[in-house]
Every structure is written in structure tokens, then in C-alpha cells.
Design a protein around this ligand. Sequence first.
Ligand SMILES: [Cu+2]
Length: 148
Amino acid sequence: MSTSGEKPKAGVGTAVGIAVIVAAIVGAAAGYGTTYLTRSTPAPQTREFYVFPFSLGFNESVTSLPHDVFVPDRIVVYRGDTVVIHFYNTEDEPENHTFTMTAPAAVNADIGMGEHADITFVASTAGIFPYTCTYHLPSMAGNLVVLG
Ligand SMILES: [Cu+2]
């Protein structure tokens, strides 16, 4: 214990500990940077998806929400891929559904019972892009995820 009133000085052990922590942080940052710079995106390819309307089992008049949803409600591709969506209206009642999006492509396929639409576009921009059915918002909606 110091009796002179001076503050105790940091020892060699403390300095070594700090150096180890700093080295670990610098090493982790360098590793992350190297991984980021050398990452590769797969070559663009055509990816096909089959999309359907689906009715959930609840009474719309009770919830004030449409019981229709998309299956699937999430589509994931890489930037540059050609996306082919086969949109089928498989419902057994005369009701239209749309597959509508504004980006990365303007699409508005409106199909009746028993019909289908084939939609093709290039996912040229990375991001998350909503697709909706204009008749059954807000529940009938999904997202196209384009990885950059
Ligand atoms: Cu719909």
C-alpha cells in the first residue's frame, strides 16, 4: 500500500492486457475487412418461384382484415438474377388476386380464379421490395429480398 499519497501506477500486467485486447480488436477488424473485400456473389442465374394465394382460417368480418395471404411471402435472390414468378390463383371461389410491385420491376398481374400469370424480371438492385395483392391489403403482402 502506498503511504506517500501517490496514486498506484498501472503495472506491466495491465499494459500487456491492454495490448492483447487492442491486438484482438485490430485483428478482428482486419479479418472482417478481408472477408468483406474478397466476398463473391454467385454468377447471375434464373430462379423460379411458384406463388399462390392462401386463405387463413378466420372470419374476416370479425377481424376487419382480409384472410388472404401469399404463399410464399418471402422470395430471396441475388442481385443480377433473373426472377421468374409463376403466380397461380388456385382459389375455389370467383375472386381475383394481384401480384403487384413497383421495384425492382413494375409488375401488376391481376388474375381470376383458375388463372395464372408468368412474371419475369431482372433483380437489378439490392434491397427489400414489397409485393402486394391490391385487393387484400394489408394482409396479402410479401417481400422480395435481393442480396447485393
Ligand atoms: Cu388477393
